[in-house]
Write a protein of this length. Structure first.
Length: 160
């Protein structure tokens, strides 16, 4: 199956980040950074009952990322296959961010944990439900050592 799949954005991210250089690389490292998600008018009915959730999974199109199959991730110094990383440089440039919902104002969701660029197209929003989404594991590959770098690691030019 190599036929293209067409998706349309349901909204857009508004963020203080105008460029990828120096921005947080994961939402957990950007817990206090706020952003907004504006849902486009035709999709507004899909927001009904969303205020009942503390966390949301936001799927985005990483519109300024490149496409690569091997990368040196931000939290490591050696190359890995892109599917063994969370690097933005990937074949379909799909981003996943788990954000904390702060407030719903009509079609605008204010959230914390912003690791997205201003203008990022939003493909979907799903509620985060710990009993469905949380998994406990000891096998996390190269991240076992890479996570030590997370608190001080920001995005740089390596994904261009």
């Amino acid at each position: 199956m190599t036929d293209p799949i067409t998706m349309r954005p349901i909204g857009v991210i508004r963020s203080p980040f105008q460029t990828t250089l120096g921005m947080p690389i994961q939402t957990v490292a950007a817990a206090g950074v706020e952003g907004t998600l504006e849902v486009f008018e035709p999709f507004a009915p899909g927001l009904r009952d969303i205020e009942g959730f503390e966390y949301l999974i936001v799927l985005t199109h990483l519109h300024q990322a490149t496409e690569k199959l091997e990368v040196v991730p931000f939290m490591d110094t050696v190359s890995h296959g892109v599917f063994a990383t969370r690097a933005p440089a990937r074949p379909n440039r799909i981003g996943l961010s788990i954000v904390q919902l702060v407030e719903v104002q009509g079609r605008v969701l204010r959230f914390r944990g912003n690791d997205m660029l201003d203008g990022t197209p939003v493909l979907d929003i799903k509620p985060y439900v710990p009993r469905l989404d949380l998994r406990t594991t000891e096998r996390i590959g190269w991240f076992d050592q890479g996570l030590q770098r997370l608190p001080s690691t920001l995005s740089d030019e390596r994904m261009k």
